[in-house]
Design a protein around this ligand. Sequence first.
Ligand code: HEM
Length: 468
Amino acid sequence: MHAIAAAPMRIADLPGPPGLPVIGSAHRIRLASFHEQLEAWRRDYGDVYRVRLWTRRFVVVADPQVATEALRDRPGTFGRTARVSRAATEMGFGGLFASNGEKWRRQRPMVMAAFDPGHVRRYFPALVQVARRLAARWQRAGDAGIDLQGDLMRYTVDVIAGLAFGTDINTLQGDGDVIQRHMDRILPMLFRRTLAPLPTWRWFRLPADRELDRHLLAFREAVQGFIAAARGRMRAQPALAEAPTNLIEAMIAARDRPGQALSDEDVAANVATMLLAGEDTTANTLAWMLWLLSRHRWALQRAADEVRRALGDDRVPTRFEQLEALEFVDACIHETMRLKPVAPILPQEAARDTTVAGVAIPAGTTCIFLMRAGATDARHVPQPEAFDPDRWLRDDGAQARRVSMPFGAGPRMCPGRYLALLEMKMALATLLGSFDLVSVTAADGGEVAERLAFTMTPTPLVLRLRAR
Ligand code: HEM
């Protein structure tokens, strides 16, 4: 006898929150807590459910195994949604993150090469210099409270600009108009536009759209500045076209080759993408980690002991091996990303008809993968709510590693992950090598909450340190 394969379910047969006419469940959504609402519905409706927001129907998937399989099925079956691609491209970020299909395939190897471990490791001496500037900035702050995310974004932008563009922009020592100020405004607007019921900004400009235009203009000028500086270097040293030393030079060389694989616009879009993708994510993960450590003093003490042992007489790491020795710090980073992944949701659009968890998904449907749900589920990890970095050291963290996917999964997994991990270790080792952490508190004196604005950030935090 042949088994008869069960026919796939239809989206309409899935459970999901009841909706109102026209708007569906949009009245239940606040942008800043969109992910928390989706996670709450998952508790009511299970690992696969449907939800309608205005005219758009979404399938929400929380099962980590199903998510991994779908994310691996890229670029063929799934990709960035048309909404994200279009909104990002309109704003000048149509680079690797926002591309699909052939365009994505052409760009990915170049970006991967720029952030491969060997290349990142060669950048280490410059990373030491940036970390020293961060320590000096915090020394100058004395007992005054430090704008934690603000300073961490100076650190991450300086690192990205140095590594990917070969430019020492040194925002850590500057107090003037830094590009982070513009980036701060751009990401939330991009997020807002990807979920807006109607693309009103294409028909008329509200004050918020005009303000965004001003920030985009200033940001684009900075991007063009990086490109002009790299072109200047390449004119002075033509050998760089054959042996580029960083991402921007590799992209310019590809742009200038006959039968060019990239246009000027692609180069600019990727420079912009790297700044945005590398800044907010890493800085906010670090901010979450410092906040978590401030609430778990035993873990903070163990991390400090480990750092101080590894550094010996140094106050800031000076050798790569010192960071490699930081096993517990590494575990703290992974535990932070399990509990506070800065990308808790990953929307993906089906490029063709497919099946996900036994549900027929027609081409054009957006599936939203809940990236934190599995990693905080007692069916997958014991005591999921506890901040327990040791889980990553026991049994090599196999259990947690299977379900925690802070960098995504499959062929589009974050190309910056190796850099991000190194940068975060460097920042924590610099802090604990030079200071005692006194406190991390909400700037407004209230509770620390999650706020989604493309990435999931904590409410603004104030860091207090005491020099050692
Ligand atoms: C803690 C820090 C970071 C986190 C948590 C993070 C997370 C992510 C996630 C979840 C994705 C989507 C992956 C997917 O679709 O499967 C992604 C993509 C991406 N990330 Fe990161 N990221 C971080 C740092 C960085 C850094 C430092 C860079 C370097 C510039 C970077 C560049 C990118 C790019 C270019 C993509 C798009 C890749 C593609 O679509 O092929 N990220 N990141």
